[in-house]
Ligand binder design. Structure first.
Ligand code: FAD
Length: 417
């Protein structure tokens, strides 16, 4: 009989996947998932997309609530973990209870970065991370005629696109010189800037917000760094997130922009792992620590730790990918475009069906595709098997990426045998 106890802290995508995979891999000990949110684990990506139109809470759930009992997973919702006692291998909860673990997985995710501006907590200023926040935003948008979005990142721009679909006037204010600048190549940023302009968004780049203005205690607009007043019934702040690493920090585990883990996603304490948005890990063969915020990263890291706790020791080395949806454009990204120095466009921007391939010193490091799932899948495979691709091949529309990957994989398989 297996008497081992695994506790997972955080019932987001990573925590959910960890407990699910442990059971799928045949782990027969005790599995407990502790979440400070009241809802059973749910998906966050729809919160800035379909949910803003359909407001369908049932569609968010990752599994029906019966799933946890059926799979003998202890689900403790609405309970925050306040401390980790590493010496005694116990966690402490906000209600004073303690629980013992043999293995502890930290999947505490991230929280909204607060706007450091006067008036930021005025009624009518919204953030978007949780289902509760999304529900409040849906309510606020019902009677909204003018919206200001602070931050042209993925979430801010998805909200802007959803609001335009509801015919709400939208102004987006971004401190940098292009949208989604930290994640996207310049050509792709420019494409999305034009899409938002085409849909009637007033996009203010190189601009920040110095003040939230209010009338009768409710947000009425913002003052920009140029001194201009932009009226708004609703303000949405999307200026990024902060990792929830304080619990680890207080337990004496190393943190720096996340909970620091090794290639196996383990902290220096052999009983404690960290996964998902809260984990800072060495990406592939580099020693540089990265922290990624995506469903793929949360899911694959959870699978990697669950595999190790069920006997398959392996380092984490998945290729990162991500998606976003704005208007008619489905964006899929793979690799790390921030590392690229050369960009090659393949396909047609005018037809909204194209990819940008990113190279560093002539080597493929990432690709961004709009309504081009074929290119995205091919690039994922290429990066996964380190297949060489030249910028000329990427730019050549007659060069069949899918066939090239297949041929390369077959050659590699033959060479191995
Ligand atoms: P989280 O989802 O943050 O979950 C962590 C959980 O732990 C939370 O419930 C938190 O409350 C809980 N917790 C924290 N501390 C404690 C504690 N002490 N005790 C108990 N519980 C605790 N990614 C994509 O790839 N594509 C997208 O299109 C996309 N869209 C997104 C849209 C929105 C609106 C948001 C918010 C995110 C989006 N993401 C998207 C990002 C993706 O959803 C996240 O990267 C992913 O959910 C991270 O999962 P996680 O489990 O690591 O963290």
């Amino acid at each position: 009989m297996n008497t081992e106890r695994v506790i997972v802290i955080g019932g987001g995508q990573a925590g959910f996947e960890a407990v699910t995979r442990l059971r799928a891999n045949g782990f027969a000990g005790r599995v407990t998932l502790v979440s400070d949110e009241c809802e059973a684990p749910y998906q966050r990506p729809p919160l800035s997309k379909a949910y803003l139109h359909e407001h369908d809470n049932d569609a968010l759930a990752l599994r029906p609530s019966s799933f946890y009992a059926t799979n003998d997973i202890g689900l403790e919702c609405g309970r925050a973990v306040t401390a980790i006692d590493r010496r005694r291998q116990l966690i402490e909860l906000s209600d004073g209870a303690t629980m013992a673990y043999d293995h502890l997985i930290l999947a505490t995710g991230a929280r909204n970065r607060p706007l450091p501006t006067p008036g930021a907590s005025t009624a009518g200023v919204h953030y978007l991370r949780t289902a509760a926040e999304a529900s409040e935003l849906v309510g606020a948008l019902r009677s909204c005629t003018s919206l200001v979005v602070i931050g042209a990142g993925f979430i801010g721009l998805e909200v802007a696109a959803a609001a335009r679909k509801k015919h709400i006037g939208v102004t987006v204010i971004e401190a940098l010189d292009r949208p989604m600048a930290r994640a996207l190549s310049k050509p792709m940023s420019e494409y999305f800037a034009n899409e938002h302009l085409r849909h009637g968004v007033d996009l203010r780049l190189n601009t920040s917000v110095s003040d939230i203005l209010a009338i009768d205690g409710r947000a009425s607009g913002v003052r920009t760094s140029d001194g201009e007043i932009v009226p708004a019934d609703v303000v949405v702040v999307g200026i990024g997130v902060l990792p929830n690493s304080e619990l680890a920090d207080r337990a004496g585990l190393p943190t720096h922009n996340g909970i620091i883990v090794d290639r196996h996603l383990r902290t220096p304490d052999p009983h404690i792992w960290a996964i998902g948005d809260c984990a800072a890990f060495p990406l592939q063969d580099s020693d540089e620590l990265v922290r990624l915020e995506s469903v793929q990263n949360a899911v694959d890291q959870a699978r990697c730790v669950a595999a190790q706790l069920t006997g398959v020791r392996k380092p984490y080395c998945e290729v990162p990918w991500f998606w976003s949806e704005q208007y008619e454009s489905k964006l899929q990204m793979v690799g790390l475009m921030a590392a690229s120095d050369t960009h090659v466009v393949r396909g047609s921007l005018a037809e909204r069906s194209f990819s940008v391939f990113g190279f560093r010193s002539g080597q493929l490091v990432g690709a961004e595709s709009v309504n081009m799932a074929r290119d995205h899948m091919a690039a994922r495979k290429m990066l996964g098997c380190a297949m060489p691709l030249t910028p000329e091949q990427a730019a050549d529309p007659t060069y069949d990426l899918k066939a090239a990957v297949k041929e390369f994989s077959q050659r590699e398989a033959l060479a191995r045998n």
